[in-house]
Design a protein around this ligand. Structure first.
Ligand SMILES: [Zn+2]
Length: 359
């Protein structure tokens, strides 16, 4: 386990203060959005008799969705499911959650940090099982979906714990049907899903950095690779010699409607030590340098701004070593490096270390 120097702690304290202010203002805007267009009564409801529901749902779906049952943990088809797309209500086809907000909570049921659209979710107090919980239902057909808790990841900190059988997944290329009989809103929201941006960061061993970004809501996809060097199409072994000029880096596609580039930068600075020059803990060499590879002037300015702010942090005592450079050719790393921790079902907490550069 790496020891975190005191200045990392100082940076984290600075960022947590900064982020909480930002999250507060974001939450206010979410709340105001909800109150502005949150008229759930405007949505056309789907109403059926129990007999009709039984005719179209499986026995388990009827038990969960119409009788507020719960599927067995770790049994549902969407618990360990990582494809990109939209999760619809299995009863009425309303889009309820998107893969960008899905994360692994470890509870055994699909977990999301936010709904696709607050207007399609209904919240009810549930005092069964001798505890107070908040039940989550589909507004359109009234199907029981699961519960929401306050132990999810930022920025919402919500944990929507949802039964797989209540959901029907469609891959990202599938758009909601234009002839949807609920309203036009799902189409509008789906368009937002497809508007994405890219970012590239280098912060030492790319295994752990990719893992942390993959767990960040709003990050749609990631890949690890080599960039910022001179050689064409370098291999891992060549990059490890520190002679190609490449940095181990993570390229990601993110949804700016979910997470801003500025917020990604804050994640970046909170998961490594940007004051170390050409190394990261036990990993030494320019291939482990801290770097931001920007795609446009906005990203460049945002990077310069946050570095300036970090350097003005009282008692930081060190300058930020992070390089800011234009994005250039990104060579995808060998397949066994991709989603390294996910494939091995391990966590990246401080475990990226000496054995990752094998020559
Ligand atoms: Zn529904």
């Amino acid at each position: 386990m790496k020891k975190r120097p005191i200045y990392i702690i100082m940076i984290l304290v600075f960022l947590s203060g900064y982020l909480s202010l930002k999250i507060l203002s974001k939450q206010e805007s979410i709340n105001s959005n909800q109150s502005n267009n949150g008229d759930k009564n405007m949505i056309k409801k789907v109403e059926k008799t129990n007999k009709e529901w039984k005719g179209m749902l499986t026995v388990e779906q009827f038990h969960v969705m119409r009788k507020s049952g719960t599927e067995k943990s770790f049994s549902g088809q969407y618990n360990d499911h990582h494809e990109k797309g939209i999760y619809y209500c299995a009863g009425c086809d309303t889009p309820l959650f998107i893969s960008e907000t899905k994360y692994d909570h470890g509870s055994g049921w699909p977990s999301f940090s936010a709904p696709f659209d607050e207007n399609y979710i209904e919240y009810l107090e549930d005092n069964s099982l001798f505890r107070r919980r908040t039940e989550v239902r589909c507004v359109v057909c009234g199907a029981h979906l699961g519960h929401v808790f306050d132990d999810g990841p930022g920025p919402t900190h919500k944990h929507y714990c949802i039964n797989s059988v209540s959901l029907d997944f469609k891959r990202a290329e599938s758009q909601p049907e234009s002839e949807s009989n609920h309203s036009e809103k799902p189409n509008e929201s789906a368009k937002k899903v497809t508007k994405t941006e890219n970012a590239i960061f280098a912060a030492g061993c790319f295994w752990g950095i990719e893992d942390k970004f993959r767990k960040t809501p709003g990050v749609i996809s990631t890949e690890v690779g080599y960039t910022g060097g001179r050689f064409k199409n370098p291999t891992y072994k060549q990059v490890c010699t520190d002679k190609t000029g490449h940095a181990e880096a993570v390229k990601m596609t993110f949804n700016p409607a979910m997470i801003s580039y500025e917020e990604l930068l804050k994640v970046f600075f909170s998961i490594h030590d940007p004051t170390q020059l050409n190394r990261q803990g036990p990993d030494i060499g320019r291939q482990y340098r801290s770097a931001i590879f920007y795609y446009n002037d906005e990203q460049k300015m945002a990077a310069e701004k946050i570095i300036k702010e970090l350097e003005s942090t009282p008692r930081l005592g060190k300058s930020i070593a992070t390089e800011i450079a234009p994005a250039s050719k990104f060579n995808k790393a060998e397949e066994y490096h991709q989603q390294y921790y996910e494939k091995r079902k391990t966590d990246s907490n401080g475990q990226c270390g000496t054995d990752n550069c094998l020559i």
